[in-house]
Design a binder for this molecule. Sequence first.
Ligand code: FAD
Ligand code: MLT
Ligand code: ZN
Length: 462
Amino acid sequence: MIDPRLAELLDAAPGLRLKTGPADLEHYGRDWTRRWTPAPLAVALPGTVEEVQAVGRGANRHKVAIVPSGGRTGLSGGAVAAHGELVLSLERMNRVLDFDPVDRTLTVQAGTPLEAVQEAARGHGLQYPVDFAARGSCTIGGNIATNAGGIRVIRYGNTREWVAGLKVVTGAGEVLELNRGLVKNSSGYDLRHLFIGSEGTLGIVVEATLKLTDPVPQGSVMLLALPSFEVLMQVFAEFRARLRLEAFEFFTDVALRHVLAHGGQAPFAGTYPYYVVTEFAGGDEATEAAAMAAFEHCMEQGWIVDGVISQSGAQAAQLWRLREGITESIARYTPYKNDVSVRISAMPAFLARAQALLGQAYPQYEVVWFGHIGDGNLHINVLKPADVDGAEFVAHCEQVTRLLAQALQEHGGSISAEHGIGLVKKPYLGSIRSPEEIALMRGIRRVFDPNGILNPGKLLDA
Ligand code: FAD
Ligand code: MLT
Ligand code: ZN
């Protein structure tokens, strides 16, 4: 027998699809965190904005919580449904709606995968520059809800920079058209920016108008081997001073070993403790000469001990795979993930502090360091040994995260650089936001979602 609340939804929106089978509930109820047991009431798959509104109205009437759901590649539990919620998947709303060559914008439905947006932009001779390894599965709606970063933030910024307009359905069921693709619009509060990074707590993003930019001519990718953590920021400063960097990412030998265990070729005959993948635009002689000058200077200083530069697009992709394959290669260890940031100027001091702290805190666990070091963003992944109980492991890591949050506070940093707060980082929100800010955030949430139906328990408690 169908739940009467779901039957009512289907009456109100006959085109709506609903899934209630156990395999679907499990599939749609979790994200990449794998820490919570999925237990949603059902999965609603609307095909139109009106159907999204109908789901919202039904949820408000019956006080059923909604979990907005994109590709569920999130790493902080934002799309988890573990308490009888209605998952609202944007999966069927995945079309490119419009391209405007004069405005250089692409309007898409929120369930469009990031990679499809990138391809559509390329098809028009332009570029959508937000990029990261989950591109094939994550959606624009999820990217906007988390203000996703990725591997090219150093050059292009986060998702926020690329959103020219949004259509959203608020928790109260109103449809809002925010900013309408305007470049300039000085007309009061820019509500568009409130929705970016709101983690599905204010409304459901149903459409986005995205800015596009000129494509970058094929550049070069370099893999650099470093002898120590201490020289990382010196190498960064040297390369940044001489080149227009498209990316500057780092990882440790521990990370590389996990990636290579999944296939691929070791980049060097020997092994080194730290690596950097950097990409810079321009295949011209002047750029090549600047890259060689940066490389040689770092070698002379002893900051780099080995290096390789791509000679083709295929080689560039191979070098990138060493960095981009990390998350997938360690997923089977259900890693406890820290995603932290400090200002670039604070990075040397913070790195020293974090290394000392985590070295002491985790003598028994393997810790994988990598990240977008050129943005001041470190990913620290603690791997769970097979024989350690999951809850005990998380409890230990939570204790260490408390110390890390303190260290971040002292260095002016954030406990969540790009993955969002969700469920995972909620206990530490107070380390980056003041009580006054949190109280205002709660108030804003109530304005957009008066009955508290949107993603309750995520980001902030009511
Ligand atoms: P989901 O996981 O489905 O949802 C994320 C949050 O957004 C949830 O709170 C959900 O409720 C909300 N939401 C989803 N859709 C909507 C909508 N339409 N309206 C309102 N709220 C919505 N992240 C980075 O920032 N940088 C990286 O480099 C990066 N690399 C990754 C690599 C891998 C291999 C993986 C698995 C993940 C990576 N991530 C990265 C994390 C993740 O891909 C991003 O957070 C992404 O933006 C999530 O998109 P999604 O569609 O999967 O969202
Ligand atoms: C990355 O930079 O690869 C992602 O943010 C994913 C992760 O942190 O695991
Ligand atoms: Zn990242």
